[in-house]
Design a protein around this ligand. Structure first.
Ligand SMILES: Cc1cc2nc3c(=O)[nH]c(=O)nc-3n(C[C@H](O)[C@H](O)[C@H](O)COP(=O)(O)O)c2cc1C
Length: 209
């Protein structure tokens, strides 16, 4: 399949329009089954080290699990507030949308028991593969006008217990998923002045021959 320049422009447009969405933007509208299928299909299309596909997706809609995860977040965020006590802005940030989003998806890493091609030197490649799946989900969701927010201020062990995950499983991402009233044009943390945007020249190094 050959794509056109227009396809590339559209892809970049979707990438640039992707946002991390928090609870202040989710609306009360169910994510349709077929849209969720698209998002999960995008996840399963991700590359993975040695074609290991070491991912698992737990779809969470029930209030009890969401409540437990929110409690976990509140506890961890209290500690984070202390760490960032010099920065007043931290207290004002909404950093999750666990209850507001109709759907939560926990993305887990389930390591293979046998050796994995490509992972013999760098063990962390399995986890990186799952991150690739997360990014695919984020972009596909945006193309469907569905927002995703990544919540990482969580005690991983407690989340895994709550989800009754298998032994050796790791939590890669806890995602809040749903329709939104708007997508910000730029990162909310940039808009609020938490940090500035890095320019291309700061991120690229050339080793010229
Ligand atoms: C690995 C990872 C973890 C993140 N964890 C959180 C989080 O716990 N809470 C939150 O509000 N945003 C979280 N974010 C979202 C980032 O703050 C966001 O991606 C960044 O500010 C850039 O904004 P944008 O995604 O809207 O472009 C996370 C993003 C990544 C990639």
């Amino acid at each position: 399949m050959t794509f056109t320049q227009q396809d590339s422009i559209k892809l970049l447009e979707i990438m640039k329009a992707r946002r991390d969405v928090r609870g202040n933007r989710f609306i009360d509208k169910k994510v349709e089954e077929e849209k969720l299928s698209f998002i999960l299909e995008a996840a399963l299309s991700a590359p993975s080290v040695g074609y290991s596909q070491p991912w698992k997706f737990v779809i969470i809609e029930d209030a009890a699990t969401k409540n437990a995860i929110l409690q976990n977040f509140d506890y961890e965020n209290t500690k984070a507030k202390e760490i960032f006590k010099e920065r007043e802005l931290y207290n004002k940030l909404k950093l999750e949308g666990i209850k507001e989003a109709p759907l939560n998806i926990a993305v887990l890493y389930e390591p293979k028991e046998e050796d994995v091609l490509g992972m013999t030197s760098m063990q962390q490649m399995g986890e990186y593969s799952v991150v690739c799946a997360v990014q695919n989900m984020w972009l596909m969701a945006r193309s469907l006008n569905i927002g995703i927010g990544w919540v990482s201020i969580l005690n991983e062990k407690k989340v895994l217990q709550e989800l009754q995950a298998k032994e050796n499983t790791k939590l890669i991402a806890y995602l809040c998923v749903g329709y939104v009233d708007q997508f910000y044009k730029e990162s909310e943390l940039k808009i609020l002045g938490w940090d500035r945007e890095k320019k291309l020249h700061e991120c690229v190094q050339y080793l010229k021959g």
